[in-house]
Design a protein around this ligand. Structure first.
Ligand SMILES: [Zn+2]
Length: 410
């Protein structure tokens, strides 16, 4: 199926095209430009709307998709102290009543309604494969991993050295939590990685709160990648990665929400807190375009997914159509909210949209449910209402989840 989205403002790597055309053929972007090429297909006019690449969330744990946040003994010394509080909390016990595949669905719907089209779910593949059926967004696949870099890390993957070697050989990322806290081993995480030959352009380090200047120099020299999760870090540790030093050193930085039991409600909050933190800490503005890049091109590069993260011919047809000021696209991106998400397309498939796009859903024969998302009338592909019902049945009361402000519309 060919679709041509015309008259929109299209944000491409080279330039912003006013009244442009984005065409897709099946799951691929077939054309980006000023005029429609070819006569076949459906034309959808989107005047006054912005088109961005689908957002890539650099860090989450979909099995941990639940609320409220847990952290009675904050600030913590490392993730393990938090994890102990989590595991002994009534909220964790309540979450245990929910089927794991429903937690995956919950996590991916949480992202879908915010325009996140891909998520890096940090978990061993074999665990994910058990529970991840028909997710609402793309789960980035094909990574090598460790849980973290200390002796008390969970036994995920086949060891740092081997996983990293495989990543280099197979042109994949090697992803691990790193320097998330203040005990000696956690502080020495980058040194330990280096001893294991695991600091390279394939290396993706989540958090990095305790990075030293020497760590940052090494990461910059080796072209390694960092996933910044300011909301989660500030909540658990009252501190976050030395983000200005990382950016000034030219390190490729992505942005991640982490799970909502420690992190942000959604990517909207993550972007705003990132900006606020930067301003309060450094007295300087963190450019909206920098935040946009963290969630698109930088993530594509760090995760070795050349097919994602920008609106260019030949890339995956993952994009979002957003309401905002077409003259201030990046500002609109960073400040968008639920009501502004007008259409979400993943792998060429329309998955979510504003009620104004109902005709398109019908023309493409896409089954949808009518819902109100934070009060706005939206259409969702899949059974999001059934999911909410199952969750409320499982926990035995009408659970409200702030990251899924969804109710039936009719
Ligand atoms: Zn994590």
């Amino acid at each position: 199926m060919n679709l041509h989205f015309t008259n929109g403002t299209i944000v491409t790597p080279e330039k912003i095209i006013s009244s442009g055309v984005l065409s897709i053929e099946n799951d691929t972007i077939s054309h980006v430009g000023q005029e429609i090429q070819g006569k076949n297909g459906i034309t959808i006019k989107i005047p006054g709307l912005l088109v961005f690449p689908g957002i890539i969330d650099g860090h989450d744990h979909l099995l941990g998709t639940y609320m409220p946040r847990v952290g009675d003994r904050r600030p913590y010394r490392n993730w393990l102290e938090w994890d102990n509080d989590l595991k002994s909390s009534p909220h964790y016990k309540e979450r245990q009543n929910i089927e794991s595949h429903d937690l995956y669905l919950l996590g991916t719907y949480r992202h879908l309604i915010t325009g996140v089209t891909s998520v890096q779910d940090h978990i061993p593949h074999f665990v994910r494969d058990l529970f991840n059926h028909n997710p609402a967004v793309r789960l980035v696949d094909g990574y090598k991993m460790a849980h973290s870099v200390t002796s008390f890390a969970l036994a995920w993957g086949n060891g740092i050295r081997q996983e990293h070697e495989e990543a280099v050989r197979e042109r994949k990322p090697f992803i691990t939590h790193c320097s998330e806290g203040y005990d000696t081993e956690t502080r020495n995480s980058v040194v330990t990685l280096e001893k294991n030959g695991a600091v390279s352009e394939h290396t993706v380090l989540i958090h990095g709160i305790a990075f030293s200047d020497a760590d940052i120099d090494l990461l910059a020299k080796r072209k390694s990648n960092v996933v910044w999760c300011p909301v989660s870090n500030l909540y658990m540790f009252n501190d976050t990665a030395p983000i200005k030093k990382l950016l000034d050193a030219g390190i490729n930085v992505m942005l991640g929400t982490d799970s909502p039991m420690s992190g942000s409600v959604n990517i909207f909050e993550e972007m705003l807190i990132a900006k606020k933190y930067y301003w309060e800490t450094y007295g300087e503005d963190l450019a909206d375009e920098t935040i946009f890049n963290m969630l698109t091109a930088n993530a594509s590069r760090g995760l070795f997914r050349d097919d994602l993260g920008s609106l260019e011919k030949g890339k995956k047809a993952d994009f979002i159509i957003v309401r905002g000021n077409v003259n201030l696209p990046f500002q609109s991106f960073v400040r968008m909210n639920y009501s502004d998400i007008m259409l979400v397309v993943i792998d060429g498939k329309v998955r979510y949209g504003d009620a104004g796009f109902m005709e398109l859903f019908e023309e493409l024969d896409i089954p949808f449910q009518k819902v109100k998302v934070a009060g706005s009338e939206k259409l969702v592909n899949g059974d999001i209402l059934g999911l909410l019902k199952r969750i409320r049945n499982a926990v035995g009361y009408r659970k409200e989840l702030p990251f899924l402000p969804v109710e039936p519309w009719e």
